[in-house]
Design a protein around this ligand. Structure first.
Ligand SMILES: Nc1ncnc2c1ncn2[C@@H]1O[C@H](COP(=O)(O)OP(=O)(O)O)[C@@H](O)[C@H]1O
Ligand SMILES: [Mg+2]
Length: 466
């Protein structure tokens, strides 16, 4: 069974709504608790200030006159009628002397512990939870000559407080889930919108095959991560397309290159078979055929070598190669070819250096390049070879004053099967020599450079580390 993974847009949405929920809950609880405490504190402060005013004014006044008209007395002392409060004065035994109440509902009896504390001269606060409404009461002793004479109690209904806290709670209970739901919805759509190109990339990728490499991803002018991803993807498709075209072209070239000698072989064989010939004539045909077979064998060998080099299957053998001897040797081989073409092969000053490399391959490379110099130079021309050591490299120059290479051809001459237009007509060859030479130089961590002007000649420089 295929494992089901939660889509990124859902995961993203869940993550940030989760984080938002935690932040909102922590923050709101903090606000709620702080608000509740400070509201409670301000209630207590108000109760205490009333109680203290009363306790200090009551000490000197004769109780009886006060208790006669308690409400008026309170108005006088406090400056106004206390609203939403109840106030009572008791003697030491708890008997109520005067009492005023602006609270609906019954007023609860004084608690034992508050009485006890007051008699000791301490003030105390208490919250009466079971009263309807809830009450907050301060109990303050009135002290005369170091003796508690009576006790003042001021209480207030917690109705407003409870109502305020209830409203705050409702606001939070509604607004927190609402903002989380809004975040989830908005977040989901945003994530979906942001990730839309991913789906486009996927759909394009599905459509791509070796025969259909013209698909590209179009996600507009986005320059963000996904835009760059799409761009990278498009570049990759382009490279693949080029590679496929090259492979295709390569097959065409190979077929073409092999077809020519095969056509010649076929033609000559057919002619030979048409009527009886003497031994010598057959022999001549067979020799000519052998030449074509050699040519094909060479092309196939070259191709094999290049293909193997592509897949890194060729192991170079590393041995000490004396470069000067190698150059001299190759030039001796080439001398005959140069003579038949009427070209002067000049070996100039040669620096000697020992190179760690594959002698057979290096020979092949020199052979290709010197042969090219001779091939692409007119009768009476000159090919010069020289070498010098510099900077840890040996530089081998092969210079001719032949036909040169057209500007437009220069960047392609190292490509497989590439041959200059003129060369195709003038000389035999397969167009593989330089690609093989280039590969050999690079396998030895070197390079081949070329400078050339049409009708003036060419200079091939091989640079190899020693
Ligand atoms: N010394 C040179 N002078 C002029 N053109 C050259 C020279 N060397 C190479 N070229 C051009 O580069 C092409 C590729 O060379 P190469 O790979 O050796 O193939 P080939 O020699 O079989 O044609 C040649 O066809 C020719 O057009
Ligand atoms: Mg060649």
């Amino acid at each position: 069974m295929k494992q089901f993974d939660v889509p990124i847009k859902v995961r993203l949405t869940l993550w940030y709504s989760g984080i938002l929920a935690v932040i909102l809950i922590v923050f709101s609880s903090g606000v709620f608790i702080y608000f509740k405490n400070s509201l409670q504190q301000s209630i207590d402060v108000k109760l205490r200030s009333i109680a203290e005013v009363l306790s200090s004014s009551l000490t000197d006044i004769h109780s009886a006159s006060v208790f006669g008209n308690f409400e008026r007395y309170l108005e006088n002392v406090l400056g106004r009628k206390p609203k939403g409060k109840f106030i009572q004065i008791m003697d030491r035994s708890g008997k109520i002397g005067a009492k005023m109440s602006d609270i609906e509902g019954e007023v609860v009896p004084t608690s034992f512990s508050a009485m006890e504390k007051a008699l000791k001269g301490e003030l105390s606060y208490e919250t009466i939870e079971y009263a309807q409404p809830r009450l907050r009461i301060i109990t303050v002793p009135i002290v005369e000559k170091n003796k508690v004479t009576s006790i003042v109690q001021v209480g207030t209904s917690l109705n407003d407080f409870d109502e305020t806290m209830r409203r705050l709670f409702i606001i939070m209970i509604i607004s927190i889930p609402t903002s989380i739901i809004v975040t989830i919805i908005v977040g989901y759509f945003m994530a979906r919108k942001a990730l839309k190109p991913v789906d486009q990339i996927r759909r394009t990728a599905v459509k791509i095959s070796s025969t259909n490499l013209d698909e590209t991803i179009d996600i507009g002018k986005r320059r963000d991560e996904l835009g760059r991803l799409a761009e990278t993807f498009n570049d990759m498709i382009t490279r693949l397309r080029d590679a496929f075209h090259r492979v295709n072209q390569f097959s065409i070239d190979v077929s073409h290159e092999l077809k020519t000698p095969l056509t010649i072989l076929k033609g000559e064989t057919e002619v030979a078979l048409r009527r009886d010939k003497d031994k010598d004539e057959y022999r001549k045909t067979l020799l000519s055929n052998l030449e074509e077979i050699d040519r094909m064998t060479m092309i196939i060998d070259d191709l094999l070598m290049l293909s193997k080099s592509d897949s890194q299957e060729i192991k170079l053998s590393y041995e000490e190669v004396p470069v000067r001897d190698l150059i001299v040797d190759v030039c001796m081989d080439m001398k005959l070819f140069a003579d038949t073409k009427g070209i002067e092969l000049v070996v100039q000053e040669l620096d000697d250096a020992r190179l760690k490399g594959d002698e057979l391959k290096l020979r092949r490379m020199l052979w290709n390049i010197i042969q090219n110099g001779i091939k692409y130079t007119h009768r009476g021309g000159k090919v010069e070879i020289s070498s010098h050591v510099n900077d840890g490299y040996i530089w081998i120059d092969v210079k001719d004053n032949g036909v040169g290479i057209a500007e437009k051809d220069i960047k392609y001459i190292f490509d497989r099967f590439y041959r200059g237009d003129k060369s195709r007509k003038r000389e035999s060859g397969s167009g593989l020599g330089l690609s093989i030479s280039k590969w050999i130089a690079e396998a030895h961590k070197g390079i081949i450079e070329v400078k050339s002007k049409p009708a003036e000649g060419s200079l091939f420089t091989i640079k190899l580390p020693i």
